[in-house]
Design a binder for this molecule. Structure first.
Ligand SMILES: Cc1cc2nc3c(=O)[nH]c(=O)nc-3n(C[C@H](O)[C@H](O)[C@H](O)COP(=O)(O)O)c2cc1C
Length: 210
């Protein structure tokens, strides 16, 4: 199998990640520095996603990645516990970083017709980041739990009012296989996938019956 297909298949939602492997005291703190460097490289790679319209002259890319690193996640858990219902405290505790993903909506109403393209480009960048993380041995979870887009959190991390949120991408080091089995949470739709022939691909053309 070619390596990109293998990564696409291997990527899966891993909600609980192994925060302990990144704590400053672990391996003299070097794991944390290596992780942060790998995440920067993955985000730079994701920036090669396609985009159709330049958002503005200085920064044409429509997407914005706002990284909450491990220290900021600790501050998030301390200062905004009310925004972390359910499993979110565990998810935040295990992550190496949370990447808030948004796109910059057009402020000029005449150009607002471009927003769906900006949104699609940002979604393409999200997938590119998940794959770039997978390639670096990192686990990930795309989460759209609405408290993570609360106005107070947006203000805290400097997200402008014209930035539209696509979700929080939690990334980190995966749990060892046995712990993943015991403590992990996977995506609800994972086991429901079907083949293209089940109906989500229509092939119009001469080889359609192959
Ligand atoms: C746009 C988007 C938003 C998602 N939001 C959530 C979420 O808020 N909570 C959740 O449990 N999973 C969320 N997921 C993860 C999906 O449930 C998961 O991708 C799906 O079950 C398929 O599993 P897989 O990623 O392991 O293939 C989201 C996925 C996408 C693409």
């Amino acid at each position: 199998m070619n390596p990109i297909d293998a990564l696409l298949r291997a990527r899966c939602t891993r909600k609980i990640l192994d925060g302990a492997r990144l704590s400053r005291s672990a391996v003299g703190g070097s794991a944390r520095a290596a992780f942060d460097a790998a995440l920067r490289a993955a985000i730079a790679a994701a920036g090669w996603a396609p985009f159709h319209y330049a958002r503005d002259e200085q920064v044409p890319e429509p997407w914005r990645f706002t990284v909450f690193d491990r220290d900021v996640l600790d501050a998030l858990a301390r200062e905004f516990p009310h925004l972390l219902p359910g499993k979110l405290p565990l998810i935040v505790a295990g992550a190496g970083a949370m990447v808030q993903l948004s796109y910059c909506a057009e402020e000029d109403p005449v150009r607002a017709a471009r927003d769906p393209e900006h949104h699609s480009a940002a979604a393409a960048a999200a997938m590119a980041l998940l794959i770039a993380c997978e390639a670096r041995g990192m686990g990930s979870y795309w989460c759209t739990a609405s408290p993570l887009n609360a106005p107070e959190l947006r203000a805290w991390c400097g997200m402008g009012s014209h930035e539209r949120w696509l979700g929080a991408l939690f990334v980190g080091l995966p749990l060892a296989e046995e712990r993943e089995h015991r403590e992990g949470f996977s995506g609800k739709q994972r086991a429901r996938r079907t083949s293209p022939e089940s109906g989500w691909m229509r092939w119009i053309g001469a080889s359609s019956s192959e």
